[in-house]
Design a protein around this ligand. Structure first.
Ligand code: GAL
Length: 972
């Protein structure tokens, strides 16, 4: 190997995007030209370096019978060859662009195929790769076709002359690392392989090489204009519109426009001499006007998510069913927009977005984040030698995806700093497709973009941006330009672990300021990789679980879906926060206000129902007539007459908006929005006629149904049921958001709490006072090595006329507390047999002070096991909000009941908080054979989004302050 600095680099290290390929062009799902999928089991050999093996495997007569196999599409590291690596920002090798390490895992792939009998004899053929990470060199029948880079972009080679009727040998050498890797430093697993389809396409004479559908909509006239440019020319027919046009010719006709809410597509056909291509045309016009992004003349509000392609078993090889499942789940959760972070998705995904109705930011496969800690020294985005590779990526994205109605923005990439390469990409895109908005977040000057985009900006700043009063830029011209642009949060509300908190507060800003056109939650799905324990238990691995030299732990698990695509509480919360119908009312006045917050659809697609519930039990209900309000309109209605409840318990109205008819993504009856309106106010548990006096019995102190330890005042049993506690508890297993991100050091309370010692409190008993009407236990609860503490007084009483034991806890902070408390309440252990929970209060899922919107008041029943939220990295979870009463019972219905005043947070689990805190993965948690641990909390610290974003907003912080709260316990 040469040692001169300007040595010729091997193809996988040079900066070129590739050699030998065809120019990029439009993708299409269907045409009448023959195609042959080459997926399946391919022969496979892994080498530790790029040159460990010679290239003789590409020869047709090579004997690969001793090789292993991999499934294509697929990643070899998820199929038993090597291992995946997770890093967020870091390049997992020395940064020396464009060079990569000698240890460059290289997968040789080999597939032998025959042409189908009916494969046309005429014309040519193209071999198409939809995605290979990160660099491929390709041979067909021993002939080298070329090399390509650009992992999540298509690449094609002309192969017509090389094909034989049978025994074709396709050989592909894939290098994990290449110069292209420097442009693909996204926060995700490094997953080499041929992870999207490989297809052989017949190209008849006069086949469609490329086509560009221009379909705009003029909202003033209600007309759409269609022009299809194609190479070679031909005709376009749209039967439903009676159109039969030459390519290049325009026609303007009355149409129904395409929007994400009303995804109207027209079937069309493009026919050239040699091929017929099926098109689906959506008419819509996207502009930035008066500082606002408008589609078809209307401001749109993005209720979005960032979606990586991910499957826990197959990585970024995601099949069509899973893509559809993602979009159906999004639609069912009121999500209307996707940013394809951080690369163009599988092309079929965009077809599904057209069909189901999602606004799409299509992002280029470009990120150079690993240069940030080098002060952006050597950043390829600001180095002209890389510009051809960058523009090649922009072209491959735009040419492939230009015909999708759903794509409203092109994004240049993610986190690449700033530089001339980005300008070159933007210039190329603007020239080729001026019909869409250009997005890039990493350049705050917005030099190349049509929209001001940020990630994780705190609420306060978003409020200022909304008013266009944000801090000024030094450059007055750039400042004026940016201030006039519309604003989006391309990432916000980091959904890592429990959370994100603060969604409602963001939504309020988006609905207040015209400039704030919504955001995209980071991110859609946890990228946990399926693993099994020695005993065969399934769990999800994250960074560090695969022997990586450098890794970023569970930062890769920050989605609204768990890896198996079960919605997390964060998604349920998001659905409620962004619901496109607002339902409010005043129970006392008997009034109801319905507001349509769609951008385009009226309410005729919904029906409304009402229910009147007393103590969570429905005692009346029916349909509610709501006019088909236009977007933005409200109607004031009267609530129905109150049904008689019979019980006199707390009552409320629940009003729901449901789909009137089946859609492509949900059935009629699917709930889109809901609201609850209190009809009565909650009342404290009724006071009894009198109270009992504590008495001594067999060495214990007895008060009503409770037996206490006379020395410590601890409750030992309740009506004969052994219990542990209750005693003060302020600790919770820190959430990822409690722990916060290292680059946001101010309020990393998970660490502050641990340093303070809140997980190892000492409970000193100062007095056990027995009086005629109460047992009072005075304690001081404090961590070692500090003088702060919590004076805690437990006052026990028992009713004369009911078998109830009442506890009032008074807490007074001592010393200088400089942080909020994780929680404030009591912890109680009850026998493990009490595995069934029932409660009246918020549910069915967990809630915390700032993740509370989706918690609805009702009567809920779940097992203790079902009350757990299985965060990939175990952490605080499972609290139910606003609980008036709760019961824990065994299978026969015997157990314990708790009422609270004021309502409390109810948590029950089969392990202690300390065990939850210590666990790294879900199998680390083993249920106790003896005890169900119950937390009854007066307060909980909010969740926030500080794993990457703002912390807990002031109203949701649980400051250390004097507090008093009560519970009544009884046996059932
Ligand atoms: C952003 C980045 C994402 C992801 C996120 C944190 O900075 O664009 O790719 O890393 O932070 O999870």
């Amino acid at each position: 190997m040469s040692t001169t600095p300007d040595a010729q680099l091997p193809y996988y290290e040079d900066m070129s995007p590739g050699t030998g390929g065809l120019p990029p062009r439009a993708w299409t799902a269907g045409s009448d030209a023959a195609r042959l999928g080459l997926g399946g089991d391919w022969a496979f050999r892994l080498s530790p370096t790029a040159t460990a093996e010679d290239e003789s495997f590409a020869r047709p007569d090579y004997d690969a019978s001793g090789w292993g196999t991999v499934a294509v599409p697929g990643h070899w590291v998820l199929q038993g060859h090597g291992a995946p690596i997770y890093t967020n920002v870091l390049y997992p090798f020395p940064v020396d662009p464009p060079r990569v390490p000698t240890e460059n895992p290289t997968g040789d792939h080999r597939r032998v195929f025959d042409l189908p009998e009916d494969w046309p004899a005429d014309g040519g053929a193209v071999l198409r790769f939809e995605g290979v990470e990160s660099c491929a060199r390709v041979w067909l029948n021993g002939q080298e076709l070329g090399v390509f880079k650009g992992s999540r972009l298509p690449h094609e080679f002309a192969v017509g002359e090389l094909l034989r009727p049978s025994g074709n040998v396709l050989a592909v050498r894939v290098h994990q690392w290449s110069s292209g890797t420097y442009l693909e430093d996204q926060d995700q697993w490094w997953l080499p392989g041929i992870f999207r389809e490989v297809t052989l396409l017949h190209r008849p004479a006069d086949a469609v090489t490329d086509f560009f559908v221009h379909a705009s909509y003029d909202h003033a006239s209600g007309e759409g204009t269609l022009r299809v440019d194609a190479e070679p020319g031909g005709r376009v027919t749209v039967p439903e519109l009676g159109l039969d046009l030459a390519t290049g010719e325009s026609a303007t006709v009355a149409v129904e426009p395409w929007t994400a809410e009303t995804p109207r597509l027209y079937e069309a056909t493009l026919a050239t001499g040699g091929e017929r291509v099926a098109l689906r045309v959506g008419f819509r016009t996207v502009v930035v006007e008066d500082g606002v992004i408008k589609v078809n003349g209307e401001r749109v509000l993005f209720r979005g998510v960032n979606r990586h392609e991910f499957h826990p078993e197959t990585g970024r090889a995601v099949d069509l069913e899973t893509m559809r499942q993602d979009l159906v789940l999004m639609k069912r959760h009121n999500i209307n927009a996707v940013r394809t972070s951080h690369y163009p998705p599988h092309p079929a995904f965009l077809d599904l977005c057209d069909e189901l109705g999602l606004w799409v930011i299509d992002e280029c496969d470009l990120e150079t984040h690993g240069f940030v800690d080098l002060g952006w020294r050597g950043n390829p985005v600001d180095d002209d030698r890389w510009t051809p590779a960058l523009v090649d990526r922009a072209r491959r994205m735009v040419e492939r995806d230009k015909n999708h109605a759903s794509v409203v923005m092109w994004s240049l990439g993610n986190e690449c700093g700033t530089g001339r390469g980005l300008t070159a990409m933007a210039d190329w895109i603007r020239e080729r497709d001026p019909s869409r908005v250009i997005h890039y977040e990493g350049d705050m000057s917005c030099a190349d973009t049509d929209v001001y985009s940020r990630m994780y900006a705190p609420h306060e700043e978003v409020d200022q941006i909304g008013q266009r009063t944000e801090a000024a830029w030094a450059d007055a011209e750039l400042d004026a330009k940016r201030r006039a642009l519309p604003f989006i949060l391309c990432e916000y509300a980091h959904a890592m672990g429990n959370g994100p908190g603060g969604l409602s507060d963001y939504q309020r800003l988006f609905e207040t300021h015209e400039r704030c056109q919504g955001g995209f939650v980071w991110e859609w799905i946890d990228h946990g990789i399926a693993k099994r324990t020695a005993e065969g238990e399934l769990f999800y691995g994250y960074g560090g679980d695969f022997g990586e030299e450098l890794h970023d732990g569970n930062f890769v698990c920050d989605g609204l879906l768990f890896p198996d695509r079960t919605p997390s509480p964060g998604l349920i919360e998001y659905k409620k926060v962004i619901e496109p119908v607002r339902i409010e009312g005043d129970g006392a006045a008997g009034t109801l206000r319905i507001t349509n917050t769609h951008d385009f659809a009226d309410l005729s697609h919904l029906t409304f129902s009402w229910a009147y519930e007393a103590e969570g039990v429905e005692v009346g209900g029916g349909e509610l007539a709501v006019p088909p309000l236009a977007p933005g309109e409200s109607a004031d209605l009267k609530l129905p007459d109150r049904p008689a409840t019979g019980t006199g318990g707390e009552a409320l109205w629940t009003v729901r908006a449901l789909l009137a008819a089946d859609t492509a993504w949900a059935e009629a009856g699917h709930e889109v929005a809901w609201g609850q309106i209190p009809a009565t106010t909650p009342t404290a548990p009724a006071a009894s006629g009198g109270v009992l006096a504590p008495r001594r019995e067999d060495g214990a102190l007895v008060l009503g149904p409770g037996a206490f330890d006379p020395a410590t005042g601890a409750l030992l049993s309740l009506g004969g049921l052994a219990v542990t506690g209750p005693r003060l508890d302020v600790w919770r297993a820190p959430t990822d958001n409690d722990n916060g991100a290292p680059w946001q050091p101010d309020e990393r309370y998970g660490l502050i709490w641990r340093t303070l010692g809140l997980h190892r409190l000492h409970h000193r008993v100062d007095a056990v006072e027995v009086a005629d009407d109460a047992l009072t236990v005075r304690t001081r609860v404090a961590p070692a090595a500090t003088d702060v503490g919590l004076e805690t007084v437990y006052r026990w009483t028992a009713d004369t006329d009911a078998d109830r034991l009442r506890l009032t806890v008074s807490v007074t902070p001592l010393g200088e507390w400089t942080c909020p408390l994780p929680r404030l309440g009591v912890r109680l252990g009850v026998p493990a047999a009490l595995g069934r929970a029932e409660w009246f209060g918020g549910g069915p899922g967990e809630a915390y002070p700032d993740t509370h919107a989706a918690s609805r008041i009702g009567r809920w029943a779940l097992s203790v096991d079902e009350m757990q939220t299985p965060y990939v990295r175990p952490q605080e979870n499972g609290a139910r909000a606003d609980v008036r009463w709760a019961r824990l019972t065994d299978d026969g219905g015997a157990g314990i009941a708790v009422e609270g005043a004021p309502p409390f947070w109810f948590t029950a689990r089969r392990w202690t908080t300390e065990q939850l805190d210590a666990a790294e993965h879900t199998p680390d948690l083993s249920p106790s054979a003896d005890t169900v641990w119950v937390n009854l909390d007066h307060g909980q610290q909010g969740i926030g989004s500080q794993s990457c974003g703002p912390g807990v907003l002031p109203p949701y912080r649980l400051g250390a302050a004097p507090a008093e709260f009560s519970f009544a316990f009884s046996r059932i």
